[in-house]
Structure formats: C-alpha cells, structure tokens
Design a protein. Sequence first.
Length: 428
Amino acid sequence: MAVIQVVKYNGAPNIFAWKYPSEELGTWTQLIVNESQEAVLFKGGKALDVFTSGRYTLDTKNIPLLNHIVNIPFGGRSPFTAEVWYVNKLFKLDIKWGTASALQIQDPKYGVFIPLRSNGMFGIQIDDSKKFLIKLVGTMPGFDERSVVRYFRGLYITKVKDAISSYVIKNGISVLEINAYLDELSAFMKKQIEPEMSEYGIKLLNFYVNEISIPEEDPAVSKLKEALAKKAEMNIIGYNYQQERSFDTMESAAQNESMGAMPFMGVGMGLGMGAGIGGAMANSMSEISSHMTFHNNQNLTECPKCHAKINQGQRFCGSCGFDIDDSIEEIVCSRCGTELRGSKFCVECGKKYTPCPQCGQDLDEDTMECDTCGYEPPKKCSHCGAIMRSGANFCPECGKSVVNECPKCGMVLEGEPNFCPKCGERLR
C-alpha cells in the first residue's frame, strides 16, 4: 500500500476549503501548512486536531491524538487512512451578491408597491475552521466563492428584503429616496446577517449595498413619478389639486353655450360650483370608489405561487414578487445560475454574458460548449493553429497527428504532456 510522504496544499487560491486527494497516510508523514491556512485532520468522520502554519511530522510523540487511532508496531512506520482538509483564512472582500428577482416593497410615504432590485459586495474570513468544515462543507470535495454565494443566497435575499422594508418604514423614507441612505442601510444589514454566518464559523467582515434600482418601465413607478411631477408643478405655481379641479369646473361652466347671451351669469354659476365642489367631493368619491372596487374585482386573477389576488395583465405578484410571464425564455449565468434579464454582466457574480451562437444561453468561458443545444466550438491544431474538421486525425495544413485531445476542454495535444497547456487539466 502506497503511503504519502509529504502532504501540502495544491488547491486554487479562491478556494476556502480543500481536501487532500489521498487518504493513505502514515506516521512520519510530513504535513506542511502555509501561512494564512489551517489544516484539520479527520479520522472516522471526526475532527481530531487543527494545525496552524508550519511543518509537522505525523508521529504519536508530536501528536498524541494519533496514539488513539494508530497502533504503532515496535515504534516503526505505521500506515493508516485519514482525511486532511486545508482551510484558507485569507480575507475575501470582493464577493458579489444581488437579488435575482425584483422585491416588492410598499412605499411608506405613498402606500404603493414598488419593485426594486439590489446588489453589492461583502467580505468574509473563515474564523472557526473546525466548525466551518463540520457544519457547512461536509463531504464535498471543496468549497469556493461560488459555494458561499449559493449557500447564503436565500439568507441575504431574505435579510435584504426585511432590512429595506424595516428601514424605510421605521424612518419614513420613500423607496425613491433610499439610495441616499446606502451607508446606513449597509451597516443595518451587516448587523442582521453577521450572527447567521457566525453559526457556520464564518466572520462577516463587511456588507455593502452598492445600488438599489427601480425599473422605470413599471406602471406603478411611472404613475408615482407623474404624480410627484404634477405636485411639484402645483407647488411652484401656488395652488393645490382641489383648486385646479375647481378652475376646470368654472372654465367649463363659463363656456357652456346654453347660457347664450348671459356670459356673466355663466361665470357666476361657475364660481358657485367652484366654491361648493369641496363639499360635494366626499359623496362623489364614495360612489366612484364603490364602482371601482366592483369593477376591479371583475379583473382579478390569482398568483400561481402564493394565490394572492392580482390584476389581470400584471407581470409581478405584489405579495411574493413571482414573475407571472412564463413566455420569456430564461437565460441563466453559467457560473452561478442567476437569471440574466438582458444584462451584459451577471448581477450576482459579475461574469460577462457569453451567448451561445445557436441558442443564446450563457457559455462557460473556459470550454465554450453549450449544454442546452450541444454547440461545440471549432478545434484548432496545436502546431500551426489551423481549423480542424470534426473527427480529423491529422492537420490538413501541417500534417501533425491530432488524435490526442484534452478530455476537459478538447485542446489538441502534441506529444504526451502531463497537463493540458490550455486549462491545466491533469492528463496522467
């Protein structure tokens, strides 16, 4: 049985937890732990010890815990199976987050539901390596930045919605004015999310809200902005809505042709109607409201997700934010799975949208192969760079053999290298 002589970290720099690929260890094996890393030794599903940076010899004299799991025959070398996990404790400050769908928030000033999206960044550090591995990583072969975003997406989306709603209601701030309070909102949301992450051995260093966007094409937003523009116009001119309606009524009454040659009487009647419109407004509005309620009930439908009543033709549910329009083909980010709604970059992880030439789905930049329609990019000869037809064994330009290919990216290999020169895949 082969026994590993030296155990050291060979994972990528953006991985938080990496498992050493072999479990065949032995006493006197050298364990190397780099700076800003910790290594955890597992045996039989239990975490035995945590090693900080340095060089260690797996020996019962240096590590007494091994004496309980390994029987040393005559003080010689003894092979045993165990798992070695490396945990990176570097500060990771540029993890991007974003809301995949619009959040429906009721504006505390105007009472209307307004959809909004939010995105930003947060930074973390693994604070407790043992707790992190036991509670979050489990039996996975590794845990990287995308895993953090995927695991905590439900947490921060829920906290973002609750935090924005609580903040605007508590402070009486309109959703249209919320971008002026991003610093206070970021600090408020960090306090909400920090205790949740500490349960998994993760320390939340910061949490930033970079932007809260409101779709300009939304009907509720358009009507609200029109009303605010009208209100600003009235404030500048110096009259209110009731006075404006009174002026319209007086003008209509004064221009009534049935009054014939009595224009001044028409003006007087218009003035009288204008003066009394305030008292009659309440009864009129009551009747109009009753009629509108009856009419609206005839044009309501049900949300297929939460079964709330919504207007026919409305795209998003006002209660849960569900997208009613199923006719739009969903295009998702190939890196994190977030839906791309016509944007050039993913709002979740920042990856550039690389469309498939056949179906338009986002492609992985490393392979450029589409899992949806089966599109494969044309292959090139590694010697002269000529385009190869599918299934060719020799290059039509230089005659080099092209049978050897990388199983991961399809790169045509020359000779028998141990690693692919394009993607770094281990070949032997």
